[in-house]
Design a protein around this ligand. Structure first.
Ligand code: GRF
Length: 371
């Protein structure tokens, strides 16, 4: 068995397509990263192959997998992935391609059938790929993914069995920090990590505001900083954006999700998958003054004291378990801005402290006990 398998060229595949065409037969085309082959892939490929008489798989090159999935992927090199793929009974040829999209290949090969797996519809396919398929006269077939089988879930199971990693009390907490605004709490977390008073690392910083100081601070600190487009309503997140956030968190292998002034409401899949591992800082002594404008609400209520609360996040807003609080006096003549600034000074101490004590508080991390 040759160690170095040679993938097919586009010309090889085009010849295969023309030969099949002359015989009144059909070439099926599908594409993907196929980084860690599992039964879900095999079943999908069998179904795709059954749509025609031969099948070519276009594999994303290593560079394009990195661009699509992040710097830790692929796990297997393009030549290894191609060799494994070519050994499957459903696969007749494998080509490697470098672009994020398969448009150029579709134009060159003109497959009879194009198969795609997942939660796509014909309408949600990439526009360029779809017009290339229409121009080639290809039949488009969307096949369902096999539930419970995915490369990400396989990687996570492998990590979860690494007990040393999951239960090591001294391991640095991997944080995702989500914010929409000024980012002063993000700056406080970064400073605490640098000062050695918070044993953590920020795996990823996400914002729904592309121009926010939050993102700017994250970028200046050299963090992996991403904008997620949440749609028109600034307090809600589209289902697609909820899923995108979840995928970023999974890919970054995050222990704890930290919300600081994140103005969108997180829902599933994040809320369920990260239950007990999402924390928020709120500028009042909860359960008083939930929701927006808490410092103004404290002034309006004539409170002599307010403060900040670090609490776990559940589906109900500002109602999860309280982890820590710090009080701040309301002074005569306080404006909401002045009061909020003094509250933030306390937040900047309290939040890093809670995060540093995360395991001592008996709170969960990724791995043991996590799905
Ligand atoms: C903080 O006051 C926090 O309590 C609230 O939003 C504010 C975020 O401030 N949830 P910053 O962006 O960290 O400066």
């Amino acid at each position: 068995m040759p160690a170095d398998y040679t993938p097919a060229t586009i010309a090889d595949v085009r010849r295969l397509r023309d030969t099949l065409d002359q015989q009144g037969k059909k070439l099926v085309f599908t594409n993907g990263c196929f980084d860690l082959l599992h039964a879900g892939h095999v079943r999908y490929l069998e179904q795709a192959r059954a749509l025609g008489d031969a099948m070519v798989v276009a594999l994303n090159s290593d560079a394009s997998v990195r661009a699509l999935k992040g710097p830790d992927r692929p796990l297997n090199s393009q030549n290894d992935r191609a060799e494994v793929m070519a050994a499957l009974r459903a696969v007749d040829a494998v080509v490697i391609f470098d672009d994020a999209r398969a448009t150029a290949l579709i134009e060159a090969i003109r497959p009879h059938v194009y198969a795609k797996g997942g939660d796509y519809t014909v309408e949600s396919l990439n526009r360029e790929e779809r017009s290339a398929l229409e121009a080639a006269g290809s039949q488009i077939s969307i096949l369902p993914l096999v539930p419970g089988r995915s490369t990400t879930s396989t990687i996570n199971k492998m990590l979860a069995t690494d007990c040393t990693l999951a239960s090591n009390a001294n391991a640095r907490l991997r944080l995702a920090v989500l914010g929409s605004g000024a980012g002063s709490n993000l700056r406080a977390i970064i400073s605490a990590i640098q000062a050695g008073t918070l044993n953590a690392e920020i795996a990823i910083a996400l914002s729904d505001q592309s121009e926010s100081s939050f993102l700017q601070i994250a970028r200046e600190a050299g963090l992996s900083a991403l904008f997620v487009d949440g749609g028109a309503n600034p307090r809600k997140f589209s289902d697609a954006a909820q899923k995108e956030i979840f995928e970023h968190l999974e890919r970054a292998r995050v222990d704890v999700v930290v919300l600081i002034g994140f103005m969108r409401i997180l829902k599933d899949p994040v809320i369920s998958a990260y239950a007990g591992r999402i924390v928020n800082v709120h500028p009042s002594l909860l359960p008083k003054h939930k929701g927006a404008n808490a410092p103004q609400l404290a002034i309006d209520a004539g409170d002599s004291e307010t403060g900040c609360t670090v609490h776990l996040v559940t589906a109900e807003i500002d109602a999860g378990r309280i982890l820590a609080q710090a009080a701040v006096p309301v002074n005569a003549g306080d404006t909401a801005e002045k009061l909020h600034a003094r509250i933030k000074t306390e937040e900047h101490k309290l939040l890093p402290k809670v995060l540093n004590e995360w395991r001592e508080l008996g709170l969960p991390v990724r791995g043991a006990g996590q799905p």
